[in-house]
Design a protein around this ligand. Structure first.
Ligand code: AMP
Ligand code: ZN
Length: 135
């Protein structure tokens, strides 16, 4: 994709702090880290998010993430990680080339996850049936 910033990073048209690369996956530090060591794991072949990315690519993305975690843990002394993928703008996706965030977490880092809500009446039952019937 011509105007995709991550494709440009992959083609080395713009720089990044690269920590890993193989034939299919690249990982580099996020330019605006939530915490030090915040890493983006990115398939080299352009797709938008989990909805259009092949299962095989997603498996590789997870496998490389698993490989990177102990290295990031050792380098940052992180006590835990949040792993997330934003899918579509409504969910906060700003760069429309699939990427997985590895966010190291530290004691008292002040980063908060959102709070849960609750289902009303038989909403959960209806949703359960609806989702499973769409599989
Ligand atoms: P998302 O909201 O999931 O699309 O996240 C996009 C992420 O890409 C943000 O955390 C940005 O800070 C990060 N980002 C954008 N441009 C660059 C860049 N040139 N190098 C590294 N990270 C970037
Ligand atoms: Zn791209």
């Amino acid at each position: 994709m011509n105007d995709c910033i991550f494709c440009k990073i992959i083609k080395e048209e713009i720089p990044c702090n690269k920590i890993y690369e193989d034939n299919n996956i690249i990982a580099f530090l996020d330019i605006a880290p939530v915490n030090p060591g915040h890493t983006l794991v990115v398939p080299k072949k352009h797709s938008i998010n989990m909805l259009d990315t092949p299962e095989e690519t997603l498996k590789e993305l997870i496998a490389i993430t698993k490989k990177l975690l102990p290295a990031i843990e050792a380098a940052t002394n992180a006590k835990g990680f949040n792993i997330h993928i934003n899918n579509n703008e409504i969910a906060g996706q700003a760069v429309h080339h699939i990427h997985l965030h590895i966010i190291p977490r530290f004691k008292n880092d002040g980063r908060k996850l959102w709070k849960g809500s609750e289902y009303k009446g038989n909403e959960a039952e209806i949703l359960t049936k609806s989702i499973s019937s769409n599989l």
